[in-house]
Design a protein around this ligand. Sequence first.
Ligand SMILES: Nc1nc2c(ncn2[C@@H]2O[C@H](COP(=O)(O)OP(=O)(O)OP(=O)(O)O)[C@@H](O)[C@H]2O)c(=O)[nH]1
Ligand SMILES: [Mg+2]
Length: 246
Amino acid sequence: MRTIVILPTYNEAGNVGSLAQGLFAAEPRIDVVVVDDNSPDGTGDVVEAMMRDEPRLHLIRRPGKLGLGTAYLAGFRWGLDRGFDRFVTMDCDFSHDPAALPRMLDAMRESDMVIGSRYVDGGGTQNWPWSRLALSVCANRYTRIMLRLPVRDCTSGYRGYTRKVLEEAEPFDIRSSGYSFLEEMVWRVHRCGFRIGEVPIVYTVRAHGHSKIDRTEIYRAIWHVTATAVRSWLESPHPQRVRRDP
Ligand SMILES: Nc1nc2c(ncn2[C@@H]2O[C@H](COP(=O)(O)OP(=O)(O)OP(=O)(O)O)[C@@H](O)[C@H]2O)c(=O)[nH]1
Ligand SMILES: [Mg+2]
């Protein structure tokens, strides 16, 4: 089983080195690919310097800020072309704990897709202002109801996908380039009848750097989930999931 961890980065120079080290310490037999959008703070250069002594670390440099969703896709394409079997995505700001990686990979023995979840027993958030928590809880409720998903945390970016999921759920057709990529991806995976597991994680506020989420992105996500829901209702007013053999 070859595993690739995909780290999308925009201005994460203060985090990327220690996060990659944390991942290799937690799970030595993985590769890590950083998808950097020409970060002005030199994140790409930090990674390139590390790569001289670390053959498990890789870098995709893109010319400018092209969005989180397309950064995931660039990482998926890169890993699929090189024959990886398991694909993990996570934020590069320590909100997602690299030490949780072994638990995520363990859960992938049972499930085709695994979500690091804040909203199952044992999961949670630490030091989040109430406004951010309220936004996340509401976004999740809305997504779960509108897209009829049996998932508690539809917006978590800490995830594992098997190769089969990426080959069949057609992520490359997703039109959203931003954060709503995450919601549409769960919907697509569920629609294909894959097993989705949730592993409890505690999400911590980033220690260095700044958030890239803004108000426009939030409105765009609400619109995107609503449009996907309408599409889903038109496709199947009474959803019958495809049954798959384990
Ligand atoms: N390559 C790339 N990475 C991005 C882009 N936007 C965000 N990221 C990265 O995606 C991850 C998640 O972004 P954050 O800004 O932490 O968003 P968030 O976790 O929702 O917000 P906070 O909780 O405030 O940190 C981080 O590793 C970012 O550096 C982008 O346009 N391109
Ligand atoms: Mg973050």
